[in-house]
Design a binder for this molecule. Structure first.
Ligand code: BGC
Length: 599
C-alpha cells in the first residue's frame, strides 16, 4: 500500500502499475506493434462491444480481437451490482483479450458520470448541474479523482465523462449532465474533471476521460435529445467548441461524438468537424469513439454508415449488438474489411485509428499490467470519498429565497415537520444514471443518506421530527421542510415540453404553508422548473439539483454549519414560454445565472 496525498486528502491506494512509457518511446512502441498487426487485428481494435452483446459469446473477444468493451446504461454483471461482481466480470473479459496472438489488452469503458454510478455502494456525486453551481473547479477535480479511484477499483480504466454540453434549453432531458449554460463555465469545469480523472498526463494511474458529445448536443432545437443544432458555423464555434478546446488542452485522451446533427447532418458522419477541425485544427491526438449505435442513424444502409463514419474520422465504434441482431459487431468487422479491400476506406485511415487507440493503451500502462489489483475496491464508498461528495453537495445548494432569515434553522427547534416522499428517497436524490440508466425510486444503492435521515442526524436528540410524505396531520410544527422532486429520468425519456413544477408538488407546499409555520422548500431537480406559487408559498427556497448519496451535505447548510455559497449555473426561467434555445436573450427570467443568496 502506498499513500497518495491529493488536494488535502490522503487516499490509501494500491499501485499495481509500472511506470509510464517514456513519451519518446511511445510512437516507436505503437508503430512497432502496428507493423505486426493484420487487418483483422486492426479492425478488432476499432470495435467497442457492449457487455450484453457478448452474452454467451465471450470467446468472441479472442476470436475477433476486440479492442474495447463497455457497459451501456443497463448492462450489469450481476443483479446486485457489487464492486466484486464488476471486478470479476471485467477481469474475465480482460483474460480473453490476453489470449489473442498479440495480447493487446482490452480497454473497458463505463458511464461513471457522477461517481462510479453503476456500482452498488459507490459514492454518488451531484450531477454536473450541481457541480456547476459550486463554481469551484478545484472541487470538481477532486470529485473526479474520487470517481477515478472508485472506477479503477472495479478494473475499469475509462469513464465516459465529463459531458461538456452547453445545454441551451432546459427541456432537454440531459440538462443536468451539463455544468452550465455558460460556455466559459463548462470549459473550466470540464477541464477540471479531466484533470481529476486522468491526472496531469495520461499514465498508469489515470482513468481515461471522454469529453462528450462532440458537438452541439446541448444546442438542439427545442432541447430535443439527439436532435438538430441549427446554427451557423460561427455560433457553433463560439458556443460549443471552447469546452473541447479546453478538454484537449487538459490532455483528454478520448472524445465521444454526438448522436445529434448539425444543420441536418449527423455528427457521426461529419468529416469536416471530426477530422479537419477536431484532429487537424485543434490538434486532438487521442481517439474518437462513436455514441451507442450512433452510426446506425446516418442512413438505412449499415455498410454505408461504417464507411461514412470511419472515413469521417471515427476511430472506435460503440456497438450494442452481437450475433443474432442487425448491425452487430461481426457485421461491422466484415463490412469494414470489405470496405478496405475494395478501396472505399483507405488503409491509412485504419492505421491512424488504431495508432490513436494503441497510443492511449500504452499511455495507460495497460500493457504492463492490464488488471487492477482488487485492493483498490476497498476504498469504494469510503468515508473519505463520501466527505468529498458531501462538500460538493453543500457547495452546490443555491438559496433562492430566505424571507426573514428563516434559514439557517436552529438545532434547538422543538417540532420539525418534514413533508414530501422525496425527503426519504435516495433514488430521487440521485436522479438518472444511478445503478440503472433512467435511475429509480427508493434505496437504489447502499450506503447513502437521505435528506430525512440527515435531518434526523443533524437535530438535537430532544427535537421531534415528524415525517409526513403527503403533508397531512402536521401538528403545530415550528418549521416545515418540504422536499419536492422531479422523478428520475435520463436521456431520451427526460425531454419535456413543459417545465412547470408539478401541481402535486405545488399543492404540497401550499398545504405546508397552511400549517402557519415557516416553510423551507428544497427542490430536487435536474434543471430549473417554473415555480409560480411554490416560490410565494415558501419562506425559504433551495435549489438542490440532484445531490447524490450524501444528504448530510444538505443539512450542513440548512442548520448553519456552513454558509450557502452555490450560485445558479444557468438562468432560471420565469414562465413556460421558453424560447427554442437560451441564446434568445429576450426570454423572461426569474433569476439570472450567478444568482444565489448567502443568508
Ligand atoms: C449516451 C452516452 C453514453 C453511452 C454509453 C449513450 O446513449 O448518449 O452519453 O456514454 O450511451 O452508455
Amino acid at each position: 500500500m502506498k499513500q497518495i496525498p491529493l488536494a488535502g486528502l490522503v487516499f490509501a491506494v494500491f499501485l499495481p502499475f509500472a511506470a509510464p512509457a517514456a513519451s519518446a518511446n511511445l510512437d516507436a512502441q505503437v508503430n512497432d506493434l502496428l507493423a505486426k498487426m493484420t487487418l483483422e487485428e486492426k479492425i478488432g481494435q476499432m470495435v467497442q462491444a457492449d457487455m450484453k452483446a457478448l452474452n454467451g459469446h465471450v470467446s468472441d473477444i479472442q476470436k475477433y480481437n476486440l479492442g474495447s468493451m463497455l457497459s451501456g446504461a443497463s448492462s450489469d454483471p450481476s443483479p446486485d451490482n457489487t464492486a466484486g461482481s464488476w471486478l470479476n466480470a471485467v477481469g474475465t473479459y480482460q483474460s480473453w483479450a490476453l489470449k489473442t496472438r498479440l495480447k493487446i489488452p482490452l480497454l473497458y469503458g463505463i458511464d461513471a458520470v457522477h461517481g462510479h454510478n453503476n456500482v452498488a455502494g459507490a459514492v454518488i456525486f451531484p450531477h454536473n448541474i450541481g457541480l456547476g453551481a459550486t463554481h469551484d473547479p478545484k472541487l470538481v477535480e477532486q470529485a473526479a479523482h474520487v470517481t477515478a479511484l472508485e472506477t479503477a477499483g472495479t478494473g475499469i480504466r475509462w469513464a465516459f465523462a465529463p459531458c461538456v454540453a452547453v445545454a441551451q434549453n432546459e427541456r432537454w432531458g440531459r440538462t443536468y449532465e451539463s455544468f452550465s449554460d455558460s460556455t466559459r463555465l463548462v470549459s473550466e469545469m470540464g477541464a477540471a474533471a479531466i484533470l481529476g480523472l486522468q491526472g496531469k498526463e495520461l499514465n498508469s494511474h489515470s482513468v481515461l476521460a471522454c469529453a462528450k458529445h462532440f458537438i452541439g448536443d446541448g444546442g438542439t432545437l427545442n432541447g430535443i435529445d439527439e436532435g438538430d443544432a441549427i446554427c451557423d458555423e460561427a455560433t457553433l464555434r463560439k458556443l460549443y467548441l471552447p469546452p473541447f478546446r479546453a478538454a484537449i488542452r487538459a490532455g483528454v485522451g478520448s472524445i465521444m461524438v454526438s448522436y445529434s446533427s448539425w444543420n441536418g447532418k449527423k455528427m457521426s458522419g461529419n468529416r469536416y468537424l471530426l477530422t479537419d477541425v477536431l484532429k487537424g485544427e485543434l490538434g486532438f491526438r487521442g481517439f474518437l469513439v462513436s455514441d451507442y449505435a450512433a452510426i446506425d442513424q446516418i442512413s438505412p444502409d449499415y455498410k454505408r454508415d461504417v464507411e461514412t463514419s470511419v472515413n469521417a474520422g471515427l476511430d472506435m465504434v460503440m456497438i450494442p449488438h452481437g450475433p443474432g441482431h442487425t448491425n452487430n459487431y461481426v457485421e461491422f468487422i466484415t463490412d469494414l474489411e470489405q470496405l478496405v479491400a475494395g478501396g472505399r476506406v483507405p488503409q491509412s485511415r485504419i492505421d491512424d485509428a488504431v495508432r490513436r487507440i494503441l497510443r492511449v493503451k500504452f499511455q495507460l500502462g495497460l500493457f504492463e499490467n492490464p488488471r487492477t489489483d482488487p485492493a483498490l475496491t476497498a476504498a469504494i464508498g469510503s468515508p473519505e470519498h463520501r466527505a468529498v461528495a458531501r462538500r460538493c453537495v453543500r457547495e452546490s445548494l443555491v438559496l433562492l429565497k430566505n424571507e426573514n432569515h428563516v434559514l439557517p434553522l436552529s438545532r434547538h427547534i422543538e417540532h420539525l415537520a418534514v413533508v414530501g416522499g422525496a425527503a426519504d428517497d435516495l433514488g430521487m436524490q440521485c436522479g438518472g444514471w444511478t445503478i440503472s440508466w433512467q435511475g429509480g425510486h427508493g434505496d437504489v444503492t447502499s450506503g447513502g443518506t437521505t435528506i430525512l435521515a440527515a435531518i434526523r442526524q443533524a437535530v438535537l436528540p430532544e427535537t421531534q421530527v415528524a415525517f409526513s410524505p403527503d403533508g397531512n396531520h402536521l401538528r403545530d410544527p415550528d418549521a416545515v421542510i418540504v422536499v419536492v422532486a422531479e422523478p428520475p429520468y435520463a436521456e431520451m425519456k427526460g425531454d419535456r415540453t413543459h417545465l412547470v413544477l408539478s401541481a402535486e408538488d405545488s399543492a404540497l407546499i401550499a398545504k405546508a404553508k397552511s400549517s402557519a409555520a415557516p416553510v423551507v422548500t428544497i427542490l430536487l431537480s435536474g434543471r430549473p422548473l417554473v415555480l409560480n406559487s411554490a416560490l410565494e408559498d415558501s419562506s425559504a427556497f433551495v435549489a438542490a439539483w440532484l445531490p447524490g448519496t450524501e444528504g448530510l451535505g444538505v443539512t450542513d447548510v440548512l442548520f448553519g454549519d456552513y454558509k450557502f455559497v452555490g450560485k445558479l449555473p444557468r438562468r432560471w426561467p420565469r414562465n413556460d414560454n421558453l424560447s427554442s434555445v437560451n441564446a434568445d436573450a429576450s426570454a423572461p427570467i426569474q433569476f439570472a445565472r450567478g444568482f444565489g443568496l448567502t443568508d
